[in-house]
Design a protein around this ligand. Structure first.
Ligand SMILES: Cc1cc2nc3c(=O)[nH]c(=O)nc-3n(C[C@H](O)[C@H](O)[C@H](O)COP(=O)(O)O)c2cc1C
Ligand code: SF4
Length: 493
């Protein structure tokens, strides 16, 4: 089923009967909560990881990062999770990194900024990510001239196609013939993986065990995650979130598509093995009072991928291992991503699974609002049935108090995260708590922000104004959109 066929209904953002200050104070969402051994949260509100593309190209914290996270902190969410931060010491563009001790100073400044600007009310976690290589979609000329390794199988299939012997033809002629070929010719001659490299850009998988650096993931990842977690603790973070969700290494290990035959794939036990070993190594590197949990997928939503029953099984194993929380997301996979333009890389939020991850108002009949919270309910029930009480964080299309509160009352989850609504108005938690919900700048769920993320451009919100640039005299013109949400001061009472 194609995404465009299914997404026929455009939903309006529903009016909200915002709570009074007293009602908010008595609600579950704004009640205190303890995570892990001793981490006291002022509320069960949570801002999940969002990459703003504001680090230096070397992955260092910038003033823009401090402003960005400081601005979220002013709204005083219970937990604020810093973006997916790279655990390896390799260039990754303007994404934060934590793969070396030199990153600790900048991250310490970030922790200090959030403490100060939330007045100590927000606990700060950091999401740790590992990802495999993905190449930009190549020019066909380059692909056929340089990247494709010509094999006897290509020659044989081309011979069948053309009814002419390509077996001993010069390689340059085979390459030129393929470049001239139609899409149907390519379908007939190239393997599925080669077609993907041509039409989407080459992408490594956890199953590419013929590559030494992928075969050795079980040997290298526990130490990489553990060292990164120790640096996060040194920088003063209250907690660490292992990124086991979306399109990246750890989620790919948990996927049913993981057919590794070395004990780290193929069966549910094999698929969860490295995520458990990574967790154990990170736990051993941390003090007991530093919170440690993961973000994982409640459902991959791709053909042949893991579904909610698989996810519930993994979550029970994570609970048994002692994780302090399990934060849930959905989809966001490369497998069904749209082909990128030539020169661009595939983005895992462009296909149907991407829509499930960041649902928009253009949706199916169910609509985007709180769309994924029932999956959290299934997983939380499985954790409880196994005798554990590991807190579960639900997310997905939460743009109102009532949806969050109802999920908590139903027992779908223990904490509720809101990403885009918090981006649109980082003060919204504070406004609702003060009984000023009617002043919340409400997210339109149309994903302007996500389109910027896709192009690795500085993420902003379409609801933020452009900063006026003074010209001659009193004349101003619209400048760039501001990089943090417009300021708001709570009324003095
Ligand atoms: C700009 C942007 C960047 C994101 N970056 C991350 C990320 O680094 N890690 C992550 O787990 N999720 C990331 N997400 C997904 C969000 O955390 C969240 O799961 C998703 O937006 C659905 O929640 P919402 O409906 O409240 O926005 C990102 C979302 C957006 C909009
Ligand atoms: S850009 Fe759109 S979807 Fe993103 S936070 Fe702003 S209103 Fe919401």
């Amino acid at each position: 089923m194609s995404a465009s066929k299914a997404l026929k209904v455009v939903h309006a953002i529903p009016d909200e009967a915002w709570p009074t200050a007293t009602q908010a104070q008595q609600s579950m969402w704004f009640s205190a909560f303890q995570l892990g051994a001793s981490c006291q949260l002022t509320s069960r509100t949570w801002v999940p990881a969002m990459v703003p593309w504001r680090a230096t190209d070397d992955g260092e914290v910038t003033q823009d990062n401090l402003d960005w996270y400081g601005r979220f902190a002013q709204g005083q969410p219970g937990v604020l999770v810093v973006e997916a931060t790279g655990i390896r010491d390799v260039p990754s563009g303007p994404l934060l990194r934590i793969g070396h001790d030199r990153f600790v100073d900048g991250l310490t400044r970030l922790v200090d900024t959030v403490r100060k600007r939330s007045q100590g009310k927000t606990r700060l976690f950091i999401q740790l990510i590992d990802f495999l290589a993905i190449k930009r979609r190549p020019e066909p000329e380059k692909y056929f001239a340089r990247f494709l390794a010509i094999t006897p199988e290509h020659r044989a299939r081309l011979s069948t196609l053309d009814q002419q012997d390509w077996g001993s033809a010069p390689e340059a002629d085979v390459r030129a013939r393929l470049l001239r070929g139609t899409a149907e010719d390519h379908d007939a001659v190239l393997t599925a993986r080669e077609l993907e490299s041509l039409r989407h850009g080459a992408r490594e998988r956890v199953t590419d065990v013929q590559l030494p650096h992928i075969a050795s993931l079980p040997q290298v990842l526990p130490d990489l995650f553990a060292s990164a977690a120790a640096r996060a603790q040194k920088a003063g973070f209250d907690g660490v979130e292992l990124h086991y969700a979306h399109a990246y290494t750890m989620a790919s290990l948990l996927s049913r598509l993981n057919t590794r035959a070395d004990g780290y794939g193929n069966t549910p036990q094999g698929r969860v093995r490295l995520p458990l070993e990574v967790y154990a190594a990170a736990r051993a590197a941390l003090r007991r009072d530093t919170v440690l949990g993961c973000r994982m997928l409640a459902d991959e939503v791709v053909d042949g991928g893991s579904r909610v029953t698989d996810a519930a099984g993994y979550a029970v194993e994570f609970a048994r291992a002692g994780m302090d929380f399990i934060s849930l997301s959905k989809g966001g996979k490369f497998e069904d991503a749209r082909p990128p333009r030539v020169g661009e890389a595939a983005y895992p939020y462009t296909g149907p699974s991407g829509h499930e991850c960041m649902p928009t108002v253009r949706s199916d009949a169910q609509g985007p609002f709180g769309r994924n919270l029932h999956l959290a309910g299934t997983i939380r029930a499985a954790i409880h049935a196994a005798g554990f009480t590991t807190p579960v964080v639900g997310a997905g299309g939460v743009v109102s108090f009532s949806v969050a509160e109802a999920a908590l009352q139903r027992g779908d989850c223990d904490l509720v995260a809101a990403a885009r609504q918090s981006l649109a108005d980082p003060d919204w938690f504070l406004k609702v708590r003060l009984g000023l919900g009617h002043t919340v700048r409400r997210c339109k769920l149309t994903n302007y922000c996500e389109a910027l993320d896709q192009r690795h451009r500085k993420v902003t919100c379409q609801l933020w104004d452009r900063v006026a640039i003074p010209l001659e005299g009193d004349v101003h013109r619209d400048g760039d959109r501001r990089l943090t949400a417009p300021s708001w001061e709570p009324p003095v009472v």
